[in-house]
Ligand binder design. Structure first.
Ligand code: NAD
Ligand code: UD1
Length: 369
């Protein structure tokens, strides 16, 4: 059992990971500024974990919630203190590890506002690393992304594929990966498995396409405005918020002509974080870089059909031009995560659609309703 600081723990992937970690007996402090999430997500995940509130932002000796910005030393120090303090304010145990989800993630927005993306994603990560040094904590799981691979040259994509992002969001993720390699003492040319001469335990987890929701339908993805990503859009068509799905390109070199991706159930992804965290804490200091994906490609039309079946609602589709910046196929080679962590995805497209629909149908307007 460890005490873990979760930045961005109220967000989509963070909330599901917090639930899995609490159920495994870990103690958590969540630091989030709610710029893209709601405190309701934390209340609900705490309830799902069977925790009883004991005060504002406080659930016994299991969970604390601190509202604050990762770019501010003061917020970070408050979060570390919320772990270490004894009495009702704290968990009475210093932070042993950090899982760092907080950041901005919309590709189009990153093109329009590159400075904000570099500030939150890179400056925020550096400020966090400095706080970790101040508080003698050298264990970090970082949310990286398959967006690093840009237009991949080989599919399935191994961790050794070139890092060649094609947008500002991807550039910030690549920069943080390099920063982490330097902090670990491994240099920029780090390979996927390296010892850390500086005594750091770091995992850089490159997620493919996280989708779905907790099977209870109580927590899930709650995008602001019109969703850019396929699954939130399809769910909103099914629930009647949007009239039809525009399929971006039907002339890709794929079996049905539509784009192929490696969709991963967010509960599988959450398990991957738990296993990476526990491996880092148990093993010698190292820098580990892992793809988290299923290794299986699914097309846009397959998603639309599976979501229709799960929801019992029609998903009208309209074939339109390709979206600039898209690749035809991105699929993970997940062999290294299987070998290093014993982790493999357990949940397929049917479970993804079933659980995504449970969330969307029970919360048609997300946490706002
Ligand atoms: P999300 O937006 O739902 O969660 C991010 C959380 O961080 C939110 O709760 C937000 O309020 C918080 N946050 C943002 N800026 C902050 C700041 N300055 N200080 C404190 N909190 C802040 O996103 P998500 O989908 O859960 O993604 C989590 C991480 O995983 C991100 O770093 C993202 O880049 C990465 N990632 C996501 C995907 C994806 O498709 N969802 C894919 C690959 C990688
Ligand atoms: C997007 C991001 C990528 C990020 C990933 C995380 C872009 C260009 N890329 O990638 O950086 O790492 O999300 O999950 O935004 N599609 C439609 N209609 C829609 C929406 C999507 O046909 O309304 C298609 C896309 O063309 C693609 C597939 O669905 O073929 C998946 O799209 P999306 O969910 O946006 O994910 P990615 O393209 O993989």
């Amino acid at each position: 059992m460890a005490t873990v600081l979760i930045t961005g723990g109220a967000g989509f992937i963070g909330s599901h990971t917090c639930l899995v970690l609490l159920q495994a007996g870990h103690r958590l402090v969540i630091l989030d500024d709610f710029s893209n999430s709601s405190p309701r997500a934390v209340e609900r995940l705490a309830e799902l974990a069977g925790l009883i509130p004991t005060g504002p932002g406080s659930w016994g000796d299991a969970l604390r919630l601190v509202q604050g910005d990762i770019r501010h030393d003061h917020s970070l120090d408050l979060a570390f203190a919320a772990a270490q303090s004894s009495g009702p304010a704290g968990l009475d145990a210093p932070v042993e590890a950090v899982i760092h989800f907080a950041g901005l993630k919309a590709v189009g927005e990153s093109v329009a506002e590159p400075l904000r993306y570099w500030d939150v994603n890179l400056h925020g990560s550096r400020t966090l690393l400095e706080a970790m040094e101040r508080h003698s904590c050298r264990c970090l799981v970082f949310s990286s992304s398959a967006t690093l691979y840009g237009y991949p040259e080989t599919v399935p994509i191994p961790e050794t594929a070139p890092v060649q992002p094609i947008n500002p969001y991807g550039h910030t993720k690549a920069a943080v990966e390099m920063l982490l390699a330097d902090v670990a003492g491994c240099g920029a040319g780090a390979t996927a498995e390296m010892e850390s001469p500086n005594g750091w335990r770091i995992a850089r987890l490159r997620y493919f396409n996280p989708v779905g929701a907790h099977p209870s339908g109580q927590i899930g993805e709650d995008p602001d405005g019109i969703p850019n990503n396929l699954f939130p859009f399809v769910s909103q068509v099914a629930v009647g918020r949007r009239p039809s799905l525009r399929v971006f390109g039907s002339d890709w070199p794929t079996p049905d002509g539509t784009g192929v991706r490696d969709y991963i159930h967010v509960m599988d992804l959450a398990e991957g974080h738990r296993m990476a965290l526990e491996a880092l804490l148990a093993e010698e200091p190292q820098l580990l870089t892992l793809n988290l994906g299923s290794g299986r490609g699914i097309s846009v039309l397959e998603v639309a059909r599976a979501f229709e079946a799960a929801s019992g609602r029609p998903i009208p589709v309209e074939l339109v031009a390709r979206r600039p910046g898209d690749a035809a196929v991105t699929v993970a080679d997940p062999a290294l995560a299987a070998r290093r962590l014993g982790w493999r995805t357990q949940l397929g497209l049917d479970a993804i659609c079933r659980d995504g629909w449970a969330w969307q149908s029970a919360n048609p307007h997300g946490y706002a309703a």
